[in-house]
Design a protein around this ligand. Structure first.
Ligand code: FES
Length: 240
């Protein structure tokens, strides 16, 4: 099939402003958007820059905006997103400074993520063998632990446009995951962080994050659960 990729090009520090460049190429019908990018880089323009590693929707590094919607280039088949004339548009993720072409500086994403203490701080008296959690706890996490940190949800969230400090869907979903881990000792501290002005109460339940998540996760549900948990803690003092 023949298709044309319109790609937003930009190099940090370059005098040339961001601009679109069209690439026309011939690809097999099964080609993914990432296959198309590899084809352009290998045969048309070696300077085209994008991230990728696993090619299997696992590492999260190939997230871009495809026709304005955030998603993984390696998980998206080009024929599913091109228009009737074989055209599709690629742009970098939003809210993160562009380094070059489709590669963004992910610091704003990771700053948010690290802010919610995304690790287990265990009690001092660790068991001699495994430090286990129950299947019930894992179930309560609602698959939040399977997030691949691609950043597609943050890029699709309209709230970040009005509040650049909003913690965002993936960080809040991770907070819900760690708040349900009985091995952890910093739940109260974490809840205070997500209960802040830039935390769970900023979400307007627009649901864009659910649509953008390539792993089928539901950050909006996790945010709602966190709100309930905060309210229960305030009303009943930790008996949730
Ligand atoms: S290359 Fe790893 S998720 Fe796409």
């Amino acid at each position: 099939m023949q298709l044309t990729l319109r790609i937003l090009r930009f190099t940090q520090g370059d005098a040339q402003p961001p601009h679109y460049q069209d690439f026309t190429l011939e690809m097999p019908p099964s080609a993914t958007v990432l296959d198309c990018l590899e084809e352009i880089k290998g045969h048309q323009d070696g300077s085209l820059t994008f991230r990728r590693s696993c090619r299997s929707a696992i590492c999260g590094s190939c997230a871009v905006r495809i026709n304005g919607r955030s998603g993984l280039a390696c998980k998206t088949q080009a024929r599913d997103v091109m228009d009737s004339r074989g055209r599709l548009t690629l742009e970098p993720l939003r809210y993160q400074p562009v380094i070059k072409d489709l590669v963004v500086d992910q610091s704003p994403y990771w700053q948010r993520y690290h802010a919610i203490i995304p690790w287990v701080t265990p009690k001092a008296d660790l068991p001699e063998r495994e430090n286990r959690i129950s299947p019930h706890e894992v179930e309560r996490m609602g698959t939040a632990e399977t997030c691949i940190n691609c950043g597609a949800c943050l890029s699709s969230c309209p709230i970040v446009l009005t509040d650049p400090d909003y913690l965002g869907p993936s960080a809040l979903a991770a907070a819900w995951r760690f708040c349900n881990d009985s091995r952890d000792t910093r739940r109260a501290e974490r809840l205070k962080i997500v209960d802040s002005a830039n935390g769970v109460w900023r979400c307007h339940t627009v649901f864009n994050c659910i649509e953008a998540c390539p792993k089928g996760l539901n950050p909006t549900w996790a945010i709602t659960q966190l709100r309930n948990l905060i309210m229960r803690e305030k009303l009943f003092g930790g008996h949730s």
